[in-house]
Design a protein around this ligand. Structure first.
Ligand SMILES: *Cc1c(COP(=O)(O)O)cnc(C)c1O
Length: 227
């Protein structure tokens, strides 16, 4: 895979789109059923603007605070932006996250589900919510354990009245991603969930063949992140 060219996120996105379309076709899926979430964490407005100008609208951020710093001005110019929170959410940031994001992909524990439910009611706002599943059962990683996912999804629905849209996972960095994507798709299918957020810069094509409806791509679009 050629390196992403940091200077040209629009060309990079076009290349990713073409690869996704080919992967989708190979798997007998419709290309339009796969959305690219451009992960703009650690990148500023100057990197994001060319994508907005080119018509891209779906972006991902992993920190509430960082997103609230750079997105308000961009949202003013492009009101139809769709922002996904893809990083862990602390309950003390739930209020801001509900106010600011359109999709939260990291619902992973009962307390957070309850507070999101209360906040959405308070703000009169319905976000799309995904349950993050820790498919690799990694101790340091957020997400519901695979064997607890069914019960947690049911609890979100029955106890907190949340319409869960789908599932999200981040496979262990050192493992082949395909079994993790397949596991996520299986959990989604048996719970009647349609949205699957899986696949990043290194594995979005594999994710597309295994049913991803959303791939979250940062480095391949924007280049390496400076921390
Ligand atoms: C940063 C991040 C991505 C994007 O990763 P790249 O390898 O840069 O494409 C995707 N998902 C999550 C949850 C992230 O934090």
């Amino acid at each position: 895979m050629p390196d992403a060219t940091p200077a040209d996120p629009v060309a990079n996105l076009a290349r990713i789109r073409a690869r996704l379309n080919a992967a989708a076709e190979e798997a007998g899926r419709k290309p339009e059923d796969i959305t690219v979430i451009a992960v703009s964490k650690n990148h500023g407005a100057e990197a994001i603007l060319p994508l907005l100008e080119a018509g891209h609208r779906v972006f991902g951020e992993n920190r509430v605070q960082e997103a609230m710093g750079k997105w308000p001005a961009l949202k003013e110019r492009y009101p139809d932006i769709e922002l996904h929170l893809i990083g862990p959410l602390q309950t003390n940031k739930a209020k801001e996250a509900v106010a600011f994001f359109d999709v939260i992909e990291t619902v992973d524990r009962p307390k957070l589900a309850r507070i999101l439910s209360e906040e959405m009611a308070r703000q009169g706002k319905t976000l799309r919510l995904l349950v993050q599943v820790n498919t690799g059962e990694e101790e340091q990683k957020a997400g519901a354990a695979p064997q607890e996912a069914d019960a947690f999804i049911a609890q979100c629905r029955d106890e907190y009245g949340l319409a869960i849209d789908g599932l999200m996972c981040i496979p262990p960095a050192e493992e082949a991603p395909a079994p993790h994507f397949a596991l996520l798709a299986k959990i989604a299918a048996r719970n009647g969930l349609k949205t699957l957020s899986m696949g990043m810069s290194g594995d979005y094509e594999i994710a597309a063949t295994l049913g991803a409806t959303h791939v979250r791509v940062g480095t391949e679009i924007f280049g390496a992140r400076a921390y």
